[in-house]
Design a protein around this ligand. Structure first.
Ligand SMILES: [Fe+2]
Ligand SMILES: [Fe+2]
Length: 309
């Protein structure tokens, strides 16, 4: 199912961890058997990670001529993302052995691949790098939350290995973003628009398609419509939101906008509280705004206003 790219054949790739580092026999099948929401979270992640070679081909083609970027994408990023797919697939097959991963993935990929085109990339290389940073921010937050909420320590360990890779990917894409921002003379407003476009795509077509195919196997004959999708999405957001590293993720987004340190200190707690509110749920988010992250913002605002009086 997972192809080895020509680049992979040409050069041995150093992986920071391998599937042999995971104690597969220690998976608590009993604890995971009734964890339906975690089951969907792991399945959708395994499908999207496994389909990385489609993304990778598009990206490598888009950055052709830039040896440093294409070499890293081919020889490191792509292999690490595919390893995420392989590891998550093995987790699914071990924790929920009756689920026919290969069969369901085939259905997912046929539909998903039609949506994955080079034209879907950002109009400039700099903006695409900003967009990739948002993707890596999203995945690092996702695996942080998944690892924290899992009742199974093996899934926690696996999620942590993947999270570390995603954070490192963010750092690489961010470095390339800085280079292209300079080369293409890209302004903050353009970056902000690209960031916003990508943020709106989180929870987009790929997760809906993956969820639809997984749901059909778990609930044969039951229709998977938009209402059901939104309901499941809301439950997943609520579950993940409680464990999501909001502050870290917001910092990763704001760093792309190159705000001054004082502006960033003002904006960061507000956006963090807003992120908690949007992802975690209405009242809990508001309580956090009042009692947590925003307290620092209010204090700094008060100090600043008093200084100007
Ligand atoms: Fe990944
Ligand atoms: Fe990644």
């Amino acid at each position: 199912m997972i192809g080895v790219s020509p680049a992979g054949k040409r050069s041995p790739v150093h992986q920071r961890w391998t599937l042999d580092d995971i104690p597969w026999d220690a998976i608590r099948r009993d604890a995971m058997a009734n964890e339906e929401l975690i089951f969907y979270l792991v399945i959708t992640a395994s499908f999207i990670e496994t389909a990385t070679d489609t993304y990778a081909r598009n990206l490598i083609e888009y950055y052709s001529g830039d040896e440093e970027v294409t070499a890293w994408l081919e020889q490191h990023w792509q292999h690490e993302e595919l390893q995420h797919g392989r590891a998550l697939k093995r987790y699914v097959q071990t924790a929920w052995p009756t689920f026919d991963w290969d069969e369901v993935y085939r259905g997912f990929f046929a539909e998903f691949s039609a949506h994955c085109k080079v034209e879907a990339l950002e109009p400039t290389r700099c903006l695409e790098m900003a967009s990739r940073c948002i993707v890596e921010m999203g995945t690092s937050g996702y695996y942080t939350a998944l690892g924290r909420l899992s009742p199974d320590t093996v899934l926690g360990l696996l999620a942590n290995y993947i999270r570390e890779d995603e954070v490192r990917h963010y750092k690489y894409f961010f470095r390339f973003f800085l280079l292209y921002r300079e080369r293409e003379n890209t302004g903050r407003a353009q970056v902000l628009k690209a960031v916003w476009r990508r943020l709106k795509m989180i929870d987009g077509d790929d997760s809906r398609i993956a969820l639809k195919h997984a749901y059909a196997i778990r609930h044969p004959g039951e229709p998977f419509d938009n209402r059901l999708y939104r309901k499941m999405q809301k439950r997943a957001r609520y579950l993940l939101g409680a464990y999501f590293p909001h502050a870290m993720s917001v910092k990763m987004v704001l760093t792309l906008l190159h705000l001054g340190p004082r502006v960033q200190r003002f904006v960061q707690p507000v956006i963090t509280a807003l992120s908690r509110y949007l992802l975690w749920g209405e009242w809990r988010g508001i309580l956090n705004i009042r009692s947590g992250a925003c307290a620092g913002f209010y204090m700094r605002l008060r100090t600043c206003l008093l200084r100007k009086v």
